[in-house]
Design a protein around this ligand. Structure first.
Ligand SMILES: [Zn+2]
Length: 318
């Protein structure tokens, strides 16, 4: 078999990888008591298997039919119902909710009010809109268990919520921290950079030991969130340093009157200067830190937010 000419990268730290998958391509593991998570090694989902039915949290299409198999496997082993009665959306994105249509019938879907609005806007039959919505918080009580859903402002998306399981010492929070891995492009494809940067501190303000992130195969710890925060803080500091130390004048002078060419040359120079030390520091610490485009584009997004959101866009003309 021939393979295309692709670059090599540093080995993935063993600590970044999740458990081995079964023959059907999934792993289901107990988080605590009757809370379980399901993964295909890339996407994570979760379910609570109560005496009154199963509550599913997200339905990534990549796991798809294996969600049903995982629920059936656990329900049979634990002697509880395998009927999915509720489905909670973490946010509206199709890559985390696109298998929701597999669970239709008497399922009650729950999500933030913005999740409903965005799903209706996107008009994707794979993601039926939630019937129960909330603005700030919602408590789901089922089979003697309690789940606290809360919205604390936009981050990855405008509707991304915190899912706390106070009886299971667990927080589920998707697409901000990737357990053991760097965020992919542009702060993990986030819409609100300031919200994205502040979200891990909100996650840590909850009491929990186990963290279910959206990716990539294993549960996370408080240390994982702290390492992610350090990576983002280092990018932030590096971007500020580079913005302050790269002189923009030669770039604009060189290209004048093509101002956009000057913008590109200046901001590329700033981003390259800011990215290099972060890539060096986190290669071997966070998986895929050496895929420079990820750190580069996240650095660019944070640098732009520093200019546009925080107000450091340059001196005011006298
Ligand atoms: Zn997402």
């Amino acid at each position: 078999m021939t393979s295309p000419d692709l670059p090599d990268y540093a080995p993935i730290p063993q600590s970044a990888l999740g458990p081995a998958l079964n023959d059907q391509g999934y792993y289901v593991g107990r988080v605590e008591r009757n809370l379980y998570y399901v993964t295909d090694g890339v996407y994570n989902s979760a379910f609570l298997a109560t005496r009154d039915g199963v509550v599913l949290f997200d339905a990534p299409p990549s796991i798809g039919g294996n969600l049903r198999r995982a629920v059936d496997e656990v329900a049979a082993a634990e002697g509880v119902s395998n009927t999915v009665t509720h489905l909670v959306y973490s946010h509206h994105h199709a890559d985390h909710g696109g298998a929701a249509f597999l669970f239709d019938g008497d399922v009650t879907r729950i999500g933030h009010e913005e999740t409903r609005r965005l799903i209706l806007r996107d008009d994707d039959p794979a993601r039926p809109a939630p019937e129960i919505t909330f603005a700030d918080s919602y408590t789901l009580e089922i089979g003697g268990e309690r789940v606290e859903l809360a919205w604390h402002g936009p981050n990855h998306t405008p509707d991304n919520i915190y899912i706390h399981f106070p009886g299971h010492d667990t927080l589920m929070f998707i697409d901000v921290v990737n357990a053991g891995w760097v965020p992919i492009y542009n702060t993990n494809l986030s819409e609100d950079v300031i919200g994205y940067m502040g979200a891990p501190a909100i996650a840590l303000s909850y009491p929990w030991t186990h963290f279910i992130s959206g990716h990539l195969g294993r549960l996370a710890t408080r240390d994982d969130v702290a390492v992610h925060q350090a990576y983002i803080a280092d990018i932030d500091a590096s971007a500020r340093e580079a913005l302050a130390s790269v002189d923009p004048v030669p770039f604009y002078t060189h290209y004048w009157p093509n101002v956009w060419a000057g913008v590109k040359a200046h901001l590329d120079a700033v981003t390259e200067r800011a990215t290099a030390p972060v890539v060096a520091k986190y290669t071997g610490v966070l998986a895929a830190a050496d895929i420079e485009e990820f750190t580069y584009s996240t650095t660019f997004a944070i640098m732009q937010s520093y200019r546009l959101d925080r107000g450091h866009s340059g001196p005011v003309h006298p």
